[in-house]
Design a protein around this ligand. Structure first.
Ligand code: AMP
Ligand code: ZN
Length: 116
């Protein structure tokens, strides 16, 4: 998708701080980190969100999760992290290219959601 922000990062049209890459996925530092460790893991193929995946995407989705701890440890979150995938309007997803947030650091990240 030529006008997708994260596809531009995959293509190298927008520079990023890459921390991991293989043939299926790319991981880079979030531009506005919300914790000391804040990494985004994305599929290289354009997938809009978790609401648009199908069974054919299982290997990509599995790779994103299987690599998450390795990336977190390498980036400075050795004792766990929080994995977040905001999805669609209700999930308040801002960038319409599937991405897994890895948030962590040396200290606990805090409550999961603010109470309404
Ligand atoms: P979400 O609200 O789940 O769609 O999260 C989108 C995330 O993308 C936010 O945390 C942004 O800070 C991050 N982001 C937006 N543009 C860039 C960029 N060029 N490089 C790295 N992270 C970005
Ligand atoms: Zn895209």
């Amino acid at each position: 998708m030529s006008d997708c922000l994260f596809c531009k990062i995959v293509d190298g049209r927008i520079p990023t701080s890459k921390v991991y890459e293989d043939e299926l996925i790319l991981a880079f530092k979030d531009i506005q980190p919300q914790r000391p460790v804040h990494i985004l893991v994305i599929p290289k193929k354009h997938i809009t969100s978790l609401a648009t995946v199908d069974a054919g995407d299982a290997e990509i989705l599995g790779r994103m999760l299987v690599k998450a701890n390795e990336i977190a440890v390498a980036e400075g979150s050795p004792n766990g992290f929080r994995a977040i995938i905001n999805t669609g309007e209700v999930g308040q997803q801002e960038v319409p290219h599937l991405h897994l947030h890895i948030v962590g650091g040396p200290d606990p990240v805090g409550p999961m959601l603010k109470r309404l």
